[in-house]
Write a protein that binds this ligand. Structure first.
Ligand SMILES: C[S@@+](CC[C@H](N)C(=O)[O-])C[C@H]1O[C@@H](n2cnc3c(N)ncnc32)[C@H](O)[C@@H]1O
Length: 286
């Protein structure tokens, strides 16, 4: 999670909620209706003021809407009145329409706290205008957890922007992180985790900003999926700071040797990981 981003949403939650709520999201919502199976149980990550969660619930979808910002969730609760219900995990009763179930959660979820929601599964996961707020170091774990919470055959809907004005540290004037990644890179990452790209839709900016373009990726989790060995190694490497500081880089799509775009040979990855964990050559630890 990028704390500065969440603080920025908390600090100006009412203002963000008003602007996002008033935005014309009809294009995005048309895409949602086209690709989500009727009545699906949906997890929304980064729901903000709840515009899309409410839209879906009003059309018979069952939605658990989450956000990292307590301020944004409070704005959602205030505007939706008795249409929302705050839930916590583990819970026995979920998604009784016409309520939107809301829950404060930051993705990727901190594994140390053993988040119970990670054991729940959904027909679809929705992340609209959220992935850009993730630092590079969180991206793989985010995608991995998203897959974990989807039923086989489930749908991921990821809407990402391009064209924001940011400073050298990828922050806007309010301090929010905007790491805009080409949609093709995100697609590749998800494909390597067992997803198939179903559709890639372009949609206009809901707030009418001409320089910001949106792409919505619809990805389906393959029914016969399961992590391939190389993915498991990548997870470990991605978490392993020792190895990363030894000169490897994670560019959001593939592991590469520094300065090169060639994928690392699998044997080399295994060997480096093994050496970093147990040492090698006559007991010398690396
Ligand atoms: C640009 S707003 C989008 C809100 C809503 N999806 C919409 O389209 O109107 C981004 C939202 O993502 C939330 N957010 C940012 N980083 C997050 C994270 N790591 N986990 C969960 N939510 C996050 C913010 O609090 C904010 O409400």
């Amino acid at each position: 999670m990028d704390e500065q981003t969440v603080k920025a949403y908390d600090a100006r939650a009412a203002d963000f909620a008003t602007r996002h709520g008033a935005a014309d999201a009809s294009e995005l919502q048309r895409i949602l209706l086209k690709h989500l199976p009727a009545g699906a149980r949906v997890l929304e990550i980064g729901c903000g003021c709840g515009r899309d969660a409410r839209f879906l619930v009003e059309r018979g979808f069952r939605v658990v809407a989450t956000d990292a910002s307590a301020g944004m969730l409070e704005a959602f609760r205030k505007s939706a009145g008795d249409q929302v219900r705050i839930v916590d995990y583990p819970a026995t009763e979920f998604c009784y329409l016409p309520f939107v179930e809301i829950l404060q959660a930051t993705f990727p979820l901190p594994l140390a706290s053993k988040p119970a929601i990670l054991s729940d599964t959904f027909d679809a996961v929705l992340a609209v205008a959220v992935i850009m707020h993730l630092p590079d170091t969180d991206l793989f774990e985010f995608a991995y957890q998203l897959r974990q919470m989807l039923k086989p055959g489930g749908t991921a809907v990821l809407s990402v922007s391009e064209g924001r004005a940011v400073d050298a540290a990828s922050r806007d004037h309010q301090g929010r992180l905007f790491r805009e990644r080409p949609p093709a890179e995100l697609t590749l990452l998800f494909e390597r985790l067992g997803f198939t790209l179903v559709a890639r839709e372009k949609n206009a900016d809901a707030m009418g900003r001409g320089d910001v373009q949106w792409t919505t990726l619809i990805l389906r989790l393959d029914t016969v999926s399961g992590a391939r060995p190389v993915d498991q190694i990548e997870t470990i490497i991605n978490r392993d700071r020792t190895l990363r500081s030894a000169g490897r880089c994670w560019d959001g799509t593939h592991l590469t040797r520094s300065g090169s775009n060639r994928p690392l040979p699998r044997f080399w990855m295994r060997q480096r990981w093994w050496r970093s964990r147990v040492g090698y050559s006559a007991g010398k630890r690396t």
